[in-house]
Write a protein that binds this ligand. Structure first.
Ligand code: PMP
Length: 444
């Protein structure tokens, strides 16, 4: 029978999911899947009683009221709690429905800030290659994933891209971390100079790169140095924590670990934990007040801003993470999981790097461990691994190497924070088997 639902990654319809419980999803045929790969959304797993109850209760009170007329208790409380936990001067919260929307708002806030503060010439964005900031046009243009951008290039705004901080492939032979960071900062400075720093409004980066590279964090004081250069030129720092935020790396905001706070920060995914679609853009009071005292309002908006049920879910998730201390599990569980992956794959001839922080882990695959040569895209290794792991009951998030050959296929793993050691070990076992089978298929 024809299905009218799309997208489809394959001609055959995928299994129908009918239930979620803890770290597992169940399909209609009764098969269970360890859900470690839904793009880092399900931080609390499935069926969390507190979150589900909060969503139901809010549905009974009021499901929707337009923010053109009303605020709501869950939106106010969630914003208060986020601000009380956010690093630096982040002080105001704009609630949207997901990550791309959060990034669009971030970009437009930066632009409007400079209009209000008398620097209308600032409109340029500098971001990094091998990054992903969303699929709407502004966010897609900002991202530096060549493959995702390629088809839409003619309709994207002009954004410059510099090198990411990606030690596994970026660090030259014999180069120290300090020298590598110096080199990246010089490149950033040179990019600002060539654009004219007084015309640049923002530098955008994921603190820990998710989808495009697979859990790649910075080296040394990279972000502190980035902050310094941005400040020197009056350029805003926008951090995209859509994937790596909300506790995924062990702290509520990943940037807390680098002692750096942005002017604007986008979060989503783990904010709603999958219980509702929600994202948020946080900004400093300085940015907010410049707009409030200027034209008076942020010239942006979506129908579902601050959706009460989505905010109720977000608040309950945050309470679980912080008040119930689920967040405290992330660092020790992540250490255990990476060790489990290293035990099984650390010596594998086609595994080049096992990395990440907290429960945000990446495994990069290589054709040759010595030369770090990536697999050819034709091998479609990532797609094979995804299918093999899925058939063995593990949902993981493999991605192909970039089309410029600058990185290999990788597997991103983002277990729910409630996963226990047995489940983490089981996932590592399944993944190791799936990688071996996929390589045998690709080479056989
Ligand atoms: N930024 C980052 C870092 C992401 O990982 C994603 C989603 N993978 C987005 C933005 C876009 O979020 P969404 O898919 O919710 O629009």
């Amino acid at each position: 029978m024809t299905s009218h639902v799309f997208p489809r990654n394959s001609k055959a319809p995928p299994p129908q999911v009918i239930r979620g419980e803890g770290v597992y999803l169940f399909d209609k045929d009764g098969k269970s899947y360890l859900n470690f790969g839904d793009a880092a959304v399900s931080c609390l797993g499935h069926g969390d009683a507190r979150v589900t109850a909060a969503v139901k209760a809010q549905m009974d009170e009021v499901a929707f009221a337009h923010t053109g007329f009303f605020t709501s208790d869950p939106a106010e409380r969630l914003a208060d709690k986020l601000v009380s936990l956010a690093p630096g001067d982040l002080d105001r919260v704009y609630f949207v429905s997901g990550g791309s929307e959060a990034m669009e708002a971030a970009i437009k806030l930066a632009r409007q800030y400079y209009l209000e503060t008398g620097e209308p010439q600032r409109h340029k964005i500098v971001a990094r290659r091998q990054s992903y900031h969303g699929n709407t046009l502004g966010a897609l243009a900002t991202g530096g994933n060549a493959w995702r951008r390629a088809q839409f290039a003619p309709i994207l705004i002009d954004v410059s891209h510099v090198s990411p901080c990606y030690a596994y492939r970026g660090l030259s032979e014999g180069e120290t971390d300090e020298a590598y960071v110096d080199r990246l900062i010089d490149e950033l400075e040179a990019e600002f100079q060539s654009l004219g720093p007084e015309t640049v409004m923002a530098f955008v980066a994921e603190p820990v790169v998710g989808a495009t590279l697979g859990a790649v964090g910075p080296v040394g004081d990279y972000f502190a140095r980035v902050r310094e250069v941005c400040d020197r030129h009056g350029i805003l720092l926008i951090l995209d924590e859509v994937m790596c935020g909300m506790g995924r790396t062990g702290t509520l905001f990943a940037c807390e670990q680098f002692g750096v706070s942005p002017d604007i920060c986008a979060i989503a995914k783990g904010l709603g934990g999958g219980y509702q679609p929600i994202g948020a853009t946080l900004c400093t009071k300085a940015i907010h007040d410049a707009i409030l005292n200027g034209s008076g309002f942020f010239q942006h908006g979506h129908t579902y801003l601050g959706h009460p049920v989505a905010c109720a879910a977000g608040l309950a998730v945050l309470e679980r993470l912080v008040d119930d201390e689920v967040l405290a599990r992330v660092t020790p569980s992540g250490t255990h999981f990476r060790q489990a992956l290293r035990d099984r794959l650390g010596q594998h001839p086609h595994v080049g790097d096992i990395r990440g922080s907290g429960l945000f882990c990446g495994v990069e695959l290589v054709a040759d461990r010595e030369t770090k040569a990536p697999w050819s895209p034709e091998a479609r290794l990532h797609a094979r691994i995804k299918a093999a792991a899925f058939s063995d009951g593990l949902i993981c998030y493999p991605m192909g190497g970039t089309i410029d050959g600058k990185n290999g296929d990788h597997v991103l793993l983002a277990p729910p924070f409630i996963a226990d050691h047995t489940q983490l070990d089981e996932a590592a076992d399944i993944l190791a088997g799936a990688i071996d089978r996929s390589i045998a298929q690709a080479t056989g």
